[in-house]
Write a protein that binds this ligand. Sequence first.
Ligand SMILES: [Zn+2]
Ligand SMILES: [Zn+2]
Length: 301
Amino acid sequence: MVSRVDLHIHSTASDGRLSPPEVVAEAAEQGLAVIALTDHDTAEGVALALAAASAFPGLRVIPGVELSTDFAQGEAHILGYFIDDTHKELRTRLERMRDSRRERAREMIAKLRGLGIHIEWTRVQEIAGGGSIGRPHLARAMLEKGYIGSFREAFTGYIGRGGPAYAERRKMTPVAAVELILRADGLPVLAHPLFIDDWQAMIIELKGAGLVGIEAYYDGYTAREIDSLLVLAEKYGLIATGGSDFHGIDTGTETALGGVDVPMEAAERLVALAEQRALRSAITLSSEASPCKTGDRGYNR
Ligand SMILES: [Zn+2]
Ligand SMILES: [Zn+2]
Protein backbone atom coordinates (compact mmCIF):
# COMPACT_ATOMS: atom_id res chain seq x y z
CA MET A 1 0.00 0.00 0.00
CA VAL A 2 1.21 3.48 -0.81
CA SER A 3 0.88 6.07 1.91
CA ARG A 4 -0.58 9.50 1.12
CA VAL A 5 2.01 11.25 3.28
CA ASP A 6 5.80 11.24 2.87
CA LEU A 7 7.72 13.71 5.01
CA HIS A 8 11.28 12.63 4.22
CA ILE A 9 12.44 12.88 0.58
CA HIS A 10 15.76 13.67 -1.13
CA SER A 11 16.35 15.20 -4.56
CA THR A 12 19.29 16.13 -6.80
CA ALA A 13 19.79 19.15 -4.52
CA SER A 14 21.61 16.60 -2.34
CA ASP A 15 22.08 12.92 -3.19
CA GLY A 16 18.74 11.92 -4.69
CA ARG A 17 18.16 10.88 -8.31
CA LEU A 18 15.12 13.01 -9.16
CA SER A 19 15.22 16.80 -9.42
CA PRO A 20 12.90 18.71 -7.05
CA PRO A 21 10.24 19.22 -9.78
CA GLU A 22 10.51 15.51 -10.71
CA VAL A 23 9.98 14.53 -7.06
CA VAL A 24 6.85 16.70 -6.97
CA ALA A 25 5.51 15.30 -10.27
CA GLU A 26 6.19 11.71 -9.17
CA ALA A 27 4.46 12.30 -5.81
CA ALA A 28 1.42 13.78 -7.57
CA GLU A 29 1.39 10.86 -9.99
CA GLN A 30 1.30 8.44 -7.08
CA GLY A 31 -1.59 10.28 -5.47
CA LEU A 32 0.32 11.57 -2.45
CA ALA A 33 -1.38 14.42 -0.60
CA VAL A 34 1.48 15.84 1.50
CA ILE A 35 5.23 15.59 0.94
CA ALA A 36 8.29 17.33 2.37
CA LEU A 37 11.54 17.87 0.51
CA THR A 38 14.33 17.29 3.05
CA ASP A 39 17.72 17.37 1.34
CA HIS A 40 20.94 16.82 3.27
CA ASP A 41 22.38 20.11 4.49
CA THR A 42 20.80 22.18 1.74
CA ALA A 43 17.55 23.99 1.07
CA GLU A 44 18.49 24.78 -2.55
CA GLY A 45 15.75 22.54 -3.95
CA VAL A 46 12.93 24.04 -1.88
CA ALA A 47 12.01 26.99 -4.14
CA LEU A 48 11.97 24.74 -7.22
CA ALA A 49 9.78 22.16 -5.48
CA LEU A 50 7.33 24.79 -4.26
CA ALA A 51 7.13 26.35 -7.73
CA ALA A 52 6.52 22.94 -9.31
CA ALA A 53 3.79 22.18 -6.75
CA SER A 54 1.55 24.96 -8.10
CA ALA A 55 0.74 22.67 -11.05
CA PHE A 56 -0.70 20.04 -8.68
CA PRO A 57 -3.47 21.50 -6.49
CA GLY A 58 -4.08 18.17 -4.75
CA LEU A 59 -0.53 18.02 -3.39
CA ARG A 60 0.92 20.03 -0.52
CA VAL A 61 4.70 20.46 -0.48
CA ILE A 62 6.35 21.32 2.83
CA PRO A 63 9.75 23.04 2.61
CA GLY A 64 12.37 21.18 4.61
CA VAL A 65 15.98 20.25 5.22
CA GLU A 66 17.87 17.39 6.92
CA LEU A 67 20.87 18.52 8.94
CA SER A 68 23.73 16.11 9.65
CA THR A 69 25.02 16.46 13.18
CA ASP A 70 27.63 14.85 15.37
CA PHE A 71 27.71 13.97 19.03
CA ALA A 72 30.09 11.94 21.20
CA GLN A 73 28.49 8.56 20.41
CA GLY A 74 27.79 9.03 16.73
CA GLU A 75 25.67 10.86 14.22
CA ALA A 76 22.14 12.22 14.34
CA HIS A 77 20.03 13.78 11.58
CA ILE A 78 17.65 16.61 12.37
CA LEU A 79 14.81 17.40 9.98
CA GLY A 80 13.61 21.00 9.77
CA TYR A 81 10.07 21.52 8.42
CA PHE A 82 8.67 24.84 7.18
CA ILE A 83 12.11 26.47 7.38
CA ASP A 84 12.50 29.86 5.73
CA ASP A 85 14.88 28.84 2.94
CA THR A 86 15.95 32.47 2.47
CA HIS A 87 17.00 32.88 6.14
CA LYS A 88 20.45 34.45 6.09
CA GLU A 89 22.08 32.56 8.96
CA LEU A 90 20.64 29.23 7.79
CA ARG A 91 22.00 29.81 4.29
CA THR A 92 25.48 30.71 5.55
CA ARG A 93 25.63 27.67 7.82
CA LEU A 94 24.43 25.38 5.03
CA GLU A 95 27.06 26.75 2.65
CA ARG A 96 29.74 25.98 5.20
CA MET A 97 28.43 22.43 5.58
CA ARG A 98 28.44 22.02 1.81
CA ASP A 99 32.10 23.08 1.60
CA SER A 100 32.90 20.57 4.29
CA ARG A 101 31.11 17.84 2.29
CA ARG A 102 33.36 18.57 -0.70
CA GLU A 103 36.53 18.44 1.39
CA ARG A 104 35.40 15.18 2.89
CA ALA A 105 34.60 13.61 -0.50
CA ARG A 106 38.08 14.50 -1.75
CA GLU A 107 39.60 12.96 1.36
CA MET A 108 37.67 9.72 0.77
CA ILE A 109 38.74 9.65 -2.90
CA ALA A 110 42.36 9.91 -1.73
CA LYS A 111 41.85 7.09 0.78
CA LEU A 112 40.25 4.91 -1.91
CA ARG A 113 43.23 5.56 -4.16
CA GLY A 114 45.43 4.23 -1.36
CA LEU A 115 43.35 1.04 -1.52
CA GLY A 116 43.85 0.72 -5.29
CA ILE A 117 40.46 2.20 -6.22
CA HIS A 118 40.79 5.05 -8.67
CA ILE A 119 37.76 7.27 -9.06
CA GLU A 120 37.95 10.83 -10.34
CA TRP A 121 36.85 13.91 -8.44
CA THR A 122 35.52 15.45 -11.67
CA ARG A 123 33.33 12.40 -12.30
CA VAL A 124 31.97 12.49 -8.73
CA GLN A 125 31.09 16.17 -9.26
CA GLU A 126 29.36 15.31 -12.55
CA ILE A 127 27.33 12.59 -10.85
CA ALA A 128 26.31 15.04 -8.10
CA GLY A 129 25.12 17.36 -10.88
CA GLY A 130 25.91 20.53 -8.99
CA GLY A 131 24.04 19.36 -5.88
CA SER A 132 25.43 18.77 -2.40
CA ILE A 133 28.02 15.94 -2.63
CA GLY A 134 27.41 12.77 -0.63
CA ARG A 135 28.76 9.26 -0.28
CA PRO A 136 26.17 7.80 -2.72
CA HIS A 137 27.88 9.80 -5.48
CA LEU A 138 31.21 8.17 -4.66
CA ALA A 139 29.52 4.79 -4.57
CA ARG A 140 28.10 5.36 -8.05
CA ALA A 141 31.53 6.31 -9.41
CA MET A 142 32.95 3.08 -7.90
CA LEU A 143 30.14 1.02 -9.39
CA GLU A 144 30.60 2.58 -12.84
CA LYS A 145 34.24 1.54 -12.91
CA GLY A 146 33.40 -1.97 -11.77
CA TYR A 147 35.28 -1.82 -8.46
CA ILE A 148 32.21 -3.07 -6.65
CA GLY A 149 29.33 -5.34 -7.62
CA SER A 150 26.58 -3.45 -5.83
CA PHE A 151 25.89 -0.02 -4.48
CA ARG A 152 25.66 -1.35 -0.95
CA GLU A 153 29.14 -2.89 -1.18
CA ALA A 154 30.64 0.61 -1.34
CA PHE A 155 29.31 1.25 2.15
CA THR A 156 29.91 -2.13 3.74
CA GLY A 157 33.42 -2.46 2.34
CA TYR A 158 34.79 1.08 2.03
CA ILE A 159 32.97 4.32 2.78
CA GLY A 160 30.51 3.28 5.51
CA ARG A 161 31.18 4.74 8.95
CA GLY A 162 34.39 3.14 10.25
CA GLY A 163 35.26 1.71 6.79
CA PRO A 164 38.85 1.94 5.45
CA ALA A 165 38.07 4.88 3.14
CA TYR A 166 35.64 6.66 5.46
CA ALA A 167 36.31 10.27 6.39
CA GLU A 168 34.64 12.39 9.05
CA ARG A 169 33.59 15.93 8.43
CA ARG A 170 32.85 18.92 10.59
CA LYS A 171 29.26 19.01 11.68
CA MET A 172 27.20 20.81 14.27
CA THR A 173 25.79 19.21 17.41
CA PRO A 174 22.19 17.97 17.43
CA VAL A 175 21.20 20.73 19.89
CA ALA A 176 22.82 23.42 17.70
CA ALA A 177 20.88 22.07 14.68
CA VAL A 178 17.57 22.19 16.58
CA GLU A 179 18.28 25.79 17.63
CA LEU A 180 19.31 26.82 14.10
CA ILE A 181 16.09 25.39 12.63
CA LEU A 182 14.01 27.24 15.23
CA ARG A 183 15.79 30.52 14.39
CA ALA A 184 14.99 29.92 10.70
CA ASP A 185 11.26 29.62 11.63
CA GLY A 186 11.34 25.83 11.17
CA LEU A 187 10.00 22.90 13.18
CA PRO A 188 12.82 20.54 14.26
CA VAL A 189 12.16 16.79 14.20
CA LEU A 190 14.62 13.98 15.01
CA ALA A 191 15.06 11.76 11.92
CA HIS A 192 15.24 7.93 12.16
CA PRO A 193 15.85 7.91 15.96
CA LEU A 194 16.65 4.19 16.14
CA PHE A 195 20.01 4.70 14.40
CA ILE A 196 21.09 6.31 17.68
CA ASP A 197 22.11 3.92 20.45
CA ASP A 198 20.59 5.85 23.34
CA TRP A 199 17.73 7.40 21.39
CA GLN A 200 15.59 7.98 24.47
CA ALA A 201 18.24 10.19 26.11
CA MET A 202 18.75 12.03 22.81
CA ILE A 203 15.02 12.74 22.46
CA ILE A 204 14.81 14.09 26.02
CA GLU A 205 17.87 16.32 25.49
CA LEU A 206 16.56 17.68 22.19
CA LYS A 207 13.07 18.23 23.59
CA GLY A 208 14.73 20.59 26.05
CA ALA A 209 16.22 22.51 23.11
CA GLY A 210 12.85 22.86 21.33
CA LEU A 211 12.38 19.63 19.34
CA VAL A 212 8.75 19.28 18.19
CA GLY A 213 8.68 15.78 16.76
CA ILE A 214 10.33 12.42 16.14
CA GLU A 215 10.27 10.26 13.02
CA ALA A 216 8.36 7.23 14.27
CA TYR A 217 7.29 5.77 10.91
CA TYR A 218 10.39 4.71 9.03
CA ASP A 219 11.32 1.89 6.70
CA GLY A 220 12.16 -1.32 8.52
CA TYR A 221 10.84 -0.22 11.92
CA THR A 222 8.81 -3.03 13.49
CA ALA A 223 5.34 -2.44 14.93
CA ARG A 224 6.87 -2.81 18.35
CA GLU A 225 9.58 -0.22 17.66
CA ILE A 226 7.02 2.20 16.26
CA ASP A 227 4.91 1.69 19.38
CA SER A 228 7.77 2.52 21.71
CA LEU A 229 8.49 5.69 19.70
CA LEU A 230 4.79 6.63 19.82
CA VAL A 231 4.72 6.15 23.58
CA LEU A 232 7.72 8.46 23.98
CA ALA A 233 6.24 11.03 21.57
CA GLU A 234 3.02 11.06 23.60
CA LYS A 235 4.89 11.35 26.88
CA TYR A 236 6.91 14.39 25.75
CA GLY A 237 4.24 16.05 23.64
CA LEU A 238 6.09 15.41 20.37
CA ILE A 239 4.53 14.92 16.94
CA ALA A 240 5.15 11.44 15.48
CA THR A 241 6.18 11.99 11.85
CA GLY A 242 7.51 9.66 9.17
CA GLY A 243 8.66 9.16 5.63
CA SER A 244 10.44 6.98 3.11
CA ASP A 245 13.86 8.74 3.10
CA PHE A 246 13.58 8.26 -0.65
CA HIS A 247 16.73 8.82 -2.70
CA GLY A 248 15.78 6.91 -5.86
CA ILE A 249 19.35 5.76 -6.43
CA ASP A 250 19.26 2.08 -5.62
CA THR A 251 15.81 1.02 -6.76
CA GLY A 252 16.50 -2.64 -5.95
CA THR A 253 16.86 -2.22 -2.19
CA GLU A 254 15.51 1.22 -1.45
CA THR A 255 12.10 2.23 -0.11
CA ALA A 256 9.90 3.78 -2.79
CA LEU A 257 8.42 7.26 -2.65
CA GLY A 258 5.42 7.02 -0.33
CA GLY A 259 6.60 3.54 0.64
CA VAL A 260 6.20 4.02 4.40
CA ASP A 261 2.72 4.15 5.85
CA VAL A 262 2.51 7.55 7.56
CA PRO A 263 -0.84 8.64 9.05
CA MET A 264 -2.34 11.87 7.67
CA GLU A 265 -2.51 13.11 11.28
CA ALA A 266 1.29 13.49 11.30
CA ALA A 267 1.15 16.03 8.47
CA GLU A 268 -1.93 17.75 9.89
CA ARG A 269 -0.31 18.27 13.30
CA LEU A 270 2.88 19.67 11.72
CA VAL A 271 0.90 22.07 9.53
CA ALA A 272 -1.24 23.18 12.48
CA LEU A 273 1.82 23.85 14.63
CA ALA A 274 3.53 25.80 11.84
CA GLU A 275 0.41 27.94 11.36
CA GLN A 276 0.11 28.52 15.10
CA ARG A 277 3.74 29.69 15.34
CA ALA A 278 3.48 31.90 12.26
CA LEU A 279 0.40 33.53 13.78
CA ARG A 280 2.15 34.02 17.10
CA SER A 281 5.17 35.68 15.50
CA ALA A 282 2.87 37.91 13.40
CA ILE A 283 1.13 39.05 16.61
CA THR A 284 4.49 39.68 18.32
CA LEU A 285 5.72 41.70 15.35
CA SER A 286 2.60 43.83 15.20
CA SER A 287 2.67 44.49 18.95
CA GLU A 288 6.32 45.52 18.69
CA ALA A 289 5.41 47.95 15.96
CA SER A 290 2.68 49.58 18.03
CA PRO A 291 3.81 52.31 20.45
CA CYS A 292 0.75 51.69 22.64
CA LYS A 293 1.68 48.02 23.18
CA THR A 294 5.29 48.98 23.87
CA GLY A 295 3.92 51.10 26.69
CA ASP A 296 1.93 48.15 27.98
CA ARG A 297 5.01 45.96 28.02
CA GLY A 298 6.83 48.61 30.02
CA TYR A 299 4.03 48.64 32.54
CA ASN A 300 4.12 44.88 32.92
CA ARG A 301 7.84 44.72 33.41
ZN1 LIG B 1 19.11 10.77 7.54
ZN1 LIG C 1 17.29 11.41 4.69
